[in-house]
Design a protein around this ligand. Structure first.
Ligand SMILES: N[C@@H](CCC(=O)N[C@@H](CS)C(=O)NCC(=O)O)C(=O)O
Length: 144
């Protein structure tokens, strides 16, 4: 299997942590990729048309993308150690969606700061992303 990743991608890091925790690091060749919505030339677009990382290619099936799909696949491959079964699964998946949403909001702010020309930057939109991050972190802290 090949994992298209970047050291700075929190979504790729999620997959790397799962690989380590489930003892599968040696089963995956790491392929460095980098890009943004403005430049997908070094992104694995033939494996993920969205031009995003992580993406996982494998010998016996189509490429997988989106860290949630890859994490579920790799966990199942290792015998299903990390995702619970029964009612607790829905809590776990929602928590994962919340964590991913925090990172999505953070990445949008990074793109806004790095990619958008100063004169077109829209501060209320950035504030809105920050609100998502703080609300979600508060919810995780209070367990709601
Ligand atoms: N929902 C996706 C998000 C992946 C994502 O946004 N990755 C970023 C790097 S951290 C990316 O590839 N950005 C390039 C782009 O948006 O064009 C996942 O969980 O894998």
């Amino acid at each position: 299997m090949r994992l298209y990743y970047s050291k700075t991608s929190p979504f790729a890091r999620k997959v790397l942590v799962l690989l380590r925790e489930t003892g599968q690091l040696q089963d995956v060749e790491l392929v460095a990729a980098a890009g943004s919505p403005l430049d997908a030339s070094n992104m694995p677009t033939t494996h993920n048309p969205l031009g995003k990382i992580p993406a996982l290619t494998r010998a016996d099936g189509p490429a997988l993308f989106d860290s949630r799909v890859i994490c579920r696949f790799l966990d199942a491959r290792a015998g299903g150690q990390l995702y619970p079964s029964g009612a607790r699964l829905w809590y776990c998946l929602t928590l994962e969606a919340m964590a991913d949403g925090i990172v999505d909001a953070a990445i949008l702010m990074v793109y806004e700061a790095k990619l958008r020309p100063n004169e077109t930057r829209f501060e209320p939109w950035i504030a809105g992303q920050w609100s998502k991050v703080t609300r979600a972190l508060d919810a995780i802290e209070t367990g709601e």
